[in-house]
Structure formats: structure tokens, C-alpha cells
Write a protein that binds this ligand. Structure first.
Ligand code: ATP
Length: 694
């Protein structure tokens, strides 16, 4: 008996024989169409991949832009529905970032796009912890739907009454790791909010800016708790009045907290938690004594009151120098829980950051910073530039390329100005901040794409923290460190101790700069509002005819060059020292040589017109089979494979070849020697006008 299907086929066959043929045609057509679509899809994919390969920076920028848009949307919806804080003293609300769980920076990260609660590993789900619905709502307003690993690991130990030492890489969410369980513990107590109550949480932060940020974090997740932020440089009177009225959480810098304790304003007997954020920095900036005194005072205040509750001590940091270990032994309960997400892992820096080291003399640094900003920072991201002293920060801010876009931030800048600058930076109105280490730790501004160190920082901890101002909460970032030849050992030290490989790049070259800025300039031109264009057409027409003789492409290209900041030309820079107007070349040999003297002789013999001012900074390559040196750019002409120097053409021989260097090869290490720097292997030599064999 035929099946229903057979029957249908049979009947269609009987009623009209054509459809069988049509069906075949249709099928062929369908297959053809599918094949075509498949091919188009593949081509599109290949094209996309090719584009991404060609411009990883553009892709990175796009990824980060996507995140920015998401953050902006969440921040907007947050500001619309933001609950009013009870604390009048709390400073302007920091821009609160939104991050999907897919941006979690550790292995337990859900797959990209996995935002549903059930796609998040159980240990990172909010519902796996005793987090109240009010807090879950508050977190959701910030786009936080799951925990980061340090938060998941710290929640139960803190909530269940343990002392905790927490360590995780920069930008991985340590603030919420201590704030969440503390807040939930306080809320669980349901203590009456009587006037004049003593605080139950005290958080110490090393800088005012960080204290403000931590305070904002508390207010954002628990608007029902009264939070007060105290720091120097602001009037005592207002803070005293608030303390006397009664608060739940006090966040402050150790110096100002100590002042309030000494004056009897800040009562410590009712504390349930004392938390040291960025504890390692307290030592660095001379707060160790104040901080220890505060921890001591807490114990004394409690002992004098028989009924005082027990308190927990929490220490959080991204690095763990020796001093931390001593403090732990002295002030944490011996049964403390140690949560260490860095551990013995070789890499101490955040894994989302690419690290570059660029050789540069002190003089050339100021010029090259603008190029680095253009190439690594782009137009859209924010940049933090670190200097080692306040005077250097002030000085750098006067540089042509920086004075329009950058603001300075250091200890001598008045507090009100500091807050305005930081807020402007958070709102992306200020594109670049030049600062000392006041901003090295803790400060969380997710849109920072680029960190620049004008010199290698003095220790590896500072490097970890400084670089950690970018690549936060799963975003990508770049950290560029300038170094002089005699600072090369500091770079090697950082690489070794932080377990971080730095890319030894030269300063950006004209092509890099133009590639990086041309598209931004084009985007700016395309973004010009329609109505304004007619007002410029008359001048444009005259210019086109008179200046550019009707060549529209040339006219537009000139306008783009000017907008890109290249109107006055783009300088060639030495890859060895970033010196303006020098080109880096290399003699490659077929055998090892002991020192660059051999090459120096070749140069003097073949190019007598080049003076000692024209050839500089000779360095051996690491394999000892090459010598890299700088030549005055105007005295080098390159045409395909032909290289002319000082008017004479070089002809390659079997055992020695000359090339223009586009990426710096690995160079022989420079070591400190008595009376200057020299090569690791010793020996004499050196370039004309160079500094020994370097
Ligand atoms: N669970 C989460 N989901 C999404 N984003 C989060 C989460 N927790 C924290 N963030 C965001 O991650 C960023 C970094 O957090 P935080 O400033 O606490 O890092 P940190 O580890 O203290 O860094 P540092 O060592 O530099 O002080 C912040 O923008 C914060 O809002």
C-alpha cells in the first residue's frame, strides 16, 4: 500500500508531468544558489580575516569600542535610575563600567557572548552566593551579572568571618571582592541606624583618588549604607560633622583617618572589618607607620570596650612584597585565608596587555611620545603617561603635541583640580593624563587603551601596577616603556621578574604614523555636519583651482594630512635612539665578529664624506653577525635594493650586506661598566660619535 508521501508523488505525477523536470531544475538552481552563497560567505570571511590580520590594532580598537558602547549604554541607564546616595560628602560618581561575564580575564571565563546565567560556570554565578536581591539589582544596573574569579574565591571566606589576604592581577575586580561580602555581612546584621553610630567598616586606601573610587564602589552596590570618604586636602569640619551623625562605612587615606582617630571623631570599637586596599603601596608612599598605628588603635579601642565585636582584617593587593608578609604575620589571624590568583605563575602582569620597550634618548622622548600616542593610542582611547617626578610631568605637559590634549596630575595639584581632571578623563573629555605614581595603583578607568612609561619604573611592582591601568576587566591594552641605552638592564629586570616579554620596537616610523592617523582623519572629515559644508565651498573652490590646479585628490589628501597632525611633515626617527632625522641601517656579515670596529673601518674607507655627526650609536646584534647604526637620514637614499650613503653607492659582497632596518633585531646586551656602559662580552670598539661599544 502506498504511503501518504508516495501517494502525493503519484498524484502530482499524474496530474502534470512537467513538475518533475521543473523540480530537477529547481533543485539545480537551489544547489547553485547555495554554492554561490557559500562562496560569498567564505570570501567575506577571508576578507575580514585578511583585514584583521593587516590591522590588529584596528581590530583591537574595534573590540574595545564595542565594549565602550556597551559600557556607555549601561552607564546611561544607570544614571537614569541611579538611587540617591545618602552621603553628601561622597564625590562625583565615577563612571561605572559595564562588562559582560565573557570579558572575565581568567580561564573560567564563559565563552564570548555567553551572558545567560546558565552559561556562566556555577562558581561564578551570583546566585551561588548569599548576595541579597537588592545587591544583585544594584550590580545588574552596572551590567555585572556574574562574579570574577577573585570575587568568587573571596566571598565565602569573608562572609563566613575569616581574615583574608587576597592577591590577583590588576584590573580583575579586587574592589568588589572585598566590598561585596562586607556589604552583605552588614546587611545581614540589620543594625538600627541610630544617630552617632560608630562605623562598622574601615577601608584604607593609599591615595585620595583611589579612596574616592572605592567609596563610589560601595555606594553603587549598597546605597542603603551610609558611606563616607575622608582624605587630606579637604576641610576636616564637614567630615567631622558626618562622622558625628553616624556612618556605616568609612573609606580614607591613612593620614586623614589617623587625624580623625586622634581627634576622637573616628571611633573604632564597633568595627567588623578593617580592609587595606593596595596595601603594598602604603609602604611606598610612607604610610606604613600610619597604617600600622591604625591597626594597633583598632585593637586598643576594642580592648578598652569589653563588649566590642570581633573584627576581620582583609588585605588586598596585586603584588606581594616582603612588607605585606610581615604585616600579615602581625595583624591577621593565624587561620587567615590566603587567596592568591597570581601565585608562582611566572607572569605577574595582566595578560590582556601587550608590552613594548622603545629605546630613546631623553631629548628625543618628548618628540616621539606624540607619535606613540598616534600609533598605539589612536584617536578614541585614553592614555596615561607616567613620569618619575612631578617636575618631569609638568615639563612634558608643555610639549607641543601634548599641551592640547593632556592634563597633569600629581601630588602638588590642588585636590579640586585633581578631581576635575580625573572626572574629565573618566568622561573622555580629557584624552591624556600625565602623572606620577599617584595614579599607578588601583585607579580604574576602563577606556584607557595605552599606558606610557617615560622611563622604566624603579621596581617591578610599580611596573605591574602602572601597566595595569590598561587592559582592565578583560579589555585589551598596550603599555609602552621608553628606555635609554644605560637603562636597558632595567627592562631586562622587569621582563625577568614580572615574567613579561616586552616587544623591542623602534619608535613609530612615518609609514606607521600615516597608516594610524589617515583613517582617523578621514573619519573626521566624513563626520562633518552637512549644513556647514556650503559655508566652506567658496574657499574650497578657490583653493582647488589656485593651489591644487584642479587636482581634487591632492587637495583632499593635503587636508587629511593636516588633520592627522602631519601637515609639517613626518620625521624619520632612528630605531636605535628615536633621534629625529636619523635612519637605522645594518651591516649583516656571514661570520661572527668581536666588535663593530670592522664595520667602522668599512664606513670610513667607503664613505669619507660622512662625518662623525652623521654616523651614530653602533650596536652589535645579539648573534654577533651584525652591526646596527644610525646615519643622518638626508644622507641616505634608498631606491629598491640600491642604497646610497653620502653620495656613494654600496654594493653587497658575499660576506657582507647592507640593509635598511625596519624592525630592530635583538641586540647585544649593554651592561654597566666602570666609567660608562659597555657590551656584555667586553672588548673595545664603538661607533663614531657613539658611546663605547653599545
Ligand atoms: N564581576 C564583574 N563583572 C564585570 N565587571 C566587573 C566585575 N567586577 C569588577 N568589574 C569591573 O572591573 C574593573 C576592574 O575592577 P577593580 O578596579 O576592582 O580591579 P582591581 O583588581 O582592584 O585592579 P587594581 O589592582 O588595578 O586595583 C572595574 O571597572 C569594575 O567595575
Amino acid at each position: 500500500m502506498p504511503s501518504v508521501k508516495d501517494h502525493a508523488d503519484m498524484t502530482s505525477g499524474i496530474s502534470d508531468p512537467k513538475p518533475v523536470h521543473e523540480k530537477k531544475e529547481k533543485k539545480e538552481k537551489k544547489e547553485k544558489k547555495e554554492k554561490k552563497e557559500k562562496k560569498e560567505k567564505k570570501d567575506k570571511k577571508d576578507k575580514k580575516e585578511k583585514k584583521e590580520k593587516k590591522s590588529p590594532k584596528e581590530k583591537e580598537r574595534k573590540d574595545n569600542d564595542k565594549k565602550d558602547k556597551k559600557e556607555k549604554r549601561a552607564a546611561e541607564s544607570e544614571s537614569e535610575s541611579e538611587p540617591k546616595s545618602e552621603v553628601a560628602l561622597s564625590p562625583k560618581k565615577a563612571r561605572l563600567a559595564t562588562h559582560s561575564p565573557s570579558e572575565t580575564p581568567r580561564d573560567t571565563t564563559p565563552e564570548p557572548g555567553a551572558t545567560e546565567e546558565n552559561e556562566v560556570p556555577e562558581n561564578l554565578r551570583l546566585m551561588s552566593y548569599k548576595i541579597s536581591p537588592a545587591t544583585v539589582d544594584a550590580l545588574a544596573k552596572r551590567g555585572i551579572k556574574s562574579l570574577f574569579p577573585i570575587q568568587a574565591e573571596a566571598f565565602n571566606p569573608i562572609y563566613n568571618g575569616n581574615d583574608v589576604l587576597g592577591r590577583a592581577r590588576t584590573g580583575t575586580g579586587k574592589t568588589l571582592a572585598f566590598a561585596l561580602p562586607m556589604v552583605e555581612s552588614l546587611l545581614k546584621e540589620k543594625i538600627a541606624k541610630e544617630r552617632g553610630r560608630a562605623p562598622r567598616v574601615l577601608v584604607l586606601a593609599p591615595t585620595r583618588d583611589l579612596a574616592i573610587q572605592v567609596s563610589n564602589e560601595f555606594t553603587s552596590i549598597s546605597p542603603s549604607l551610609k558611606t563616607l570618604c575622608v582624605y587630606g586636602g579637604t576641610p576636616m569640619r564637614e567630615q567631622t560633622a558626618y562622622l558625628q551623625q553616624g556612618v556605616d562605612v568609612v573609606i580614607g587615606t591613612p593620614g586623614r583617618c589617623m587625624d580623625h582617630i586622634n581627634r576622637g571623631n573616628l571611633l573604632l570599637h564597633d568595627l567588623r572589618f578593617v580592609c587595606l586596599d593596595e596595601a603594598d603601596q602604603m609602604l611606598d608612599i610612607g604610610f606604613a607607620e600610619d597604617m600600622e598605628q591604625i591597626l594597633q588603635e583598632v585593637q586598643t579601642h576594642k580592648e578598652t570596650r569589653g563588649d566590642a565585636p570581633k573584627h576581620q582584617t582583609l588585605l588586598f593587593s596585586a603584588t606581594a612584597p616582603e612588607w605585606i608578609k610581615r604585616t600579615v604575620a602581625k595583624y591577621l589571624d593565624p587561620t587567615f585565608v590566603n587567596i592568591d590568583l597570581v601565585g608562582n605563575s611566572r607572569v605577574k602582569t595582566n595578560e590582556n596587555i601587550r608590552h613594548y620597550a622603545i629605546p630613546s634618548t631623553w631629548q628625543s622622548r618628548r618628540g616621539v611620545i606624540g607619535d606613540v600616542l598616534a600609533v598605539y593610542g589612536g584617536n578614541r582611547g585614553l592614555t596615561v603617561i607616567f613620569t618619575n617626578t612631578k617636575a618631569e610631568a609638568d615639563e612634558l605637559a608643555k610639549t607641543d603635541k601634548l599641551k592640547v590634549i593632556a592634563q597633569v596630575l600629581h601630588g602638588d595639584i590642588p585636590q579640586a583640580q585633581r578631581e576635575t581632571t580625573l572626572q574629565g578623563f573618566r568622561d573622555a573629555k580629557v584624552k591624556c593624563i600625565i602623572c606620577t605614581d599617584v595614579l599607578a595603583r588601583g585607579i580604574d578607568i576602563p577606556m584607557v587603551d595605552l599606558v606610557i612609561n617615560c622611563q622604566p619604573p624603579k621596581d617591578v611592582e610599580t611596573y605591574v601596577h602602572r601597566s595595569g591601568r590598561t587592559g582592565r576587566a578583560g579589555r585589551k591594552g598596550v603599555c609602552v616603556t621608553f628606555y635609554k641605552a644605560d637603562e636597558e638592564f632595567m627592562i631586562q629586570n622587569i621582563e625577568r621578574r614580572a615574567g613579561t616579554q616586552m616587544i623591542k620596537a623602534g619608535p613609530p616610523q612615518p609609514d606607521d604614523i600615516i597608516n594610524a592617523t589617515a583613517q582617523d582623519a578621514a573619519d573626521m572629515v566624513s563626520g562633518v555636519v552637512e549644513e556647514v559644508i556650503p559655508r566652506f565651498t567658496s574657499v574650497a573652490e578657490t583653493m582647488l583651482l589656485e593651489t591644487f590646479k584642479g587636482n581634487t585628490v591632492k587637495a583632499l589628501a593635503a587636508a587629511l594630512a593636516q588633520i592627522a597632525g602631519c601637515g609639517a611633515g613626518v620625521q624619520v626617527r632612528s630605531l636605535l635612539t628615536a633621534a629625529e632625522g636619523f635612519k637605522t641601517l645594518m651591516f649583516r656579515l656571514s661570520h661572527e665578529i668581536q666588535n663593530p670596529g670592522y664595520v667602522r673601518n668599512i664606513l670610513s674607507r667607503n664613505y669619507p664624506s660622512l662625518s662623525s655627526e652623521d654616523i651614530k650609536g653602533m650596536r652589535m646584534t645579539k648573534d654577533m653577525m651584525g652591526v646596527v647604526f644610525d646615519v643622518t637620514a638626508t644622507k641616505v637614499q634608498v631606491d629598491g635594493d640600491t642604497i646610497m650613503m653620502g653620495g656613494n653607492k654600496w654594493t653587497d659582497l658575499d660576506h657582507i650586506k647592507l640593509e635598511v632596518v625596519s624592525t630592530l633585531p635583538e641586540l647585544e646586551e649593554v651592561v654597566e661598566t666602570r666609567g660608562g656602559s659597555g657590551s656584555k662580552r667586553g672588548g673595545r670598539g664603538g661607533g663614531r660619535g657613539g658611546k663605547g661599544r653599545r
